[in-house]
Write a protein that binds this ligand. Sequence first.
Ligand SMILES: Cc1ncc(C[n+]2csc(CCOP(=O)(O)OP(=O)(O)O)c2C)c(N)n1
Ligand SMILES: [Mg+2]
Length: 617
Amino acid sequence: MAPKTIRLTMAQAVARFLTRQMTIIDGEKLPIFGGVFAIFGHGNVAGVGEALHAIKETLPTYRGQNEQGMANAAIAFAKASFRRRFMACTTSIGPGALNMVTSAALAHVNRLPVLLLPGDVFANRRPDPVLQQVEGFGDGTISANDCFRPVSRYFDRITRPEQIIPALRRAMQVLTDPADCGPVTLSLCQDVQAEAYDYPENFFDEKVWLPRRIRPDADELASAIAALKAAKNPVIIAGGGVLYAEASSALAAFAEKHGIPVVETQAGKSSLPHSHPLNMGSVGVTGTSASNVLTETADVVLAVGSRLQDFTTGSWGLFKNDDLKIVGLNVQPFDAAKHESLPLVADAREGLDALSAGLGHHKADAAWTDKAKALKTEWLKAADKATATTNSALPSDAQVIGAVQRARSSASTTLVCAAGGLPGELHKLWQAEGPGSYHMEYGFSTMGYEIAGGLGVKLAKPESDVIVMVGDGSYMMLNAEIASSIMLGAKLTIVLLDNAGYGCINRLQMATGGANFNNLLKDTHHVTLPGIDFAAHAAAMGAVSRKVSSIGELETALKETASETRTTVIVIDTDPLITTDEGGHWWDVAVPEVSERSSVNEARKAYEKALLAQRFG
Ligand SMILES: Cc1ncc(C[n+]2csc(CCOP(=O)(O)OP(=O)(O)O)c2C)c(N)n1
Ligand SMILES: [Mg+2]
């Protein structure tokens, strides 16, 4: 018997399908899509737009201000939901679509699920070239949306309405796969969005998606256990995979039972609370002295859910033990096997539990665990000093972090950041509480993610006190989602550190022997310096805003605006040159081999020396 069908446009079928995808979190059945961000144009308003209107009570549509901003918010929603829920984004064709390409890459690098639905040119080609169409002289199949291909985990162009059936099924498989998940781009040709088809009714049956927990392979597990048993100085690197697998309790239990210190990557920070005695804090280029001393000497590193990016590994110069063995516990074989790691392909929680069972009562040397605890005490003293209050007219980022911490940090805080000097200082100094309370986009470190990301976090966790810390440069790049946060009643507290330029790149420029050039505003080619009034700018978008002129005033403003219901922006001028000296590690930034500047030649010599410590993987 032929299946029952329902006649819908392709866009209506997409919309209906999205509403039928569910998940269960803490016993509660929820739609897996938290909503749709949309900016309409001719490429999606008639097709997708009309379809979204019809389902807006079950799947809300939110208007973004900029496609990159809204997609970043959608991605932040997924990250804050530990990838258990995600969002879709729809755009018009051409510039609207391509504004999302950076976000696609951000999601790709950070392994975060998001469904991107850019409009595309007419499949029937009758009006060609439609407004905003890119025309390839030698290839009739090219469209601007091909730019999504390298930055999508799954890309498809929908040129017939029935293609959406396998495409959406595959999209869901990718979005919910712990190893493969990332951005899915379904490029929806605008004429096809409006075309009808008799879809089988069962295509729209409710489907409940639960996280797949991959159990370890017996042989890989045995090798990993043997390596850990033989270790004298083991260290655990906790990456984002710990959070996504909701493995914090398993990690704490594992570390305590086996006496192994834990160091955290940017994505993994808040895997353990900062106060956990075995949490040594951040590792690598922006690492604490405690983490880095331990990791340098470690003979076995158990990397859990980490991509082992250069900031984590000190560009592979951090590990100084010649006999180092890395055990790569990761759901993704690509990550698990990096640098000749012993792969342990598994979900972080399942993997840690299986390792722990295999290790029995085996414990690292008490002297090693004690050394870790002593190093942490030492580090905390340095951190306290860096974040202590000051009367200075131009405080450091660290001193601002201290003020935010003292005035507002609580169990419900989520700290959001992405680029500039702040990520390094926050990685070292922010005292994170529960899992996910530290939300740093440092896979792609995209300037402009901060405010949009904060919005996504607030949508995912309405009960959270979302604090965004952002530099003047990032603010200038993308701030318009402040207006979206006002529209949606999604209160953010934005602390804007104005050091009048790209402070961190200026410092990097100096460290590589360069002249102060084109980073701080004063060093740019200019007729007049803009002297941007950020508080007035934010107020113009509807935010509550204040400019404060000291750490004391900042703390007062943060306390006074805690109960404010509207997005609040607090601006403070900061020193572009000061960072926390303690901790940290070399980072591979190539210095010119030939230069007429003696400072570059000096930096090159130091660089060549540093390269000698780099491991080849
Ligand atoms: C979209 C994007 N463009 C360029 C960069 C390179 N970059 C990293 S940090 C930075 C400057 C950030 O300035 P600001 O937000 O003021 O922070 P600060 O360095 O002053 O702390 C730049 C240009 C980037 N990460 N993202
Ligand atoms: Mg700046």
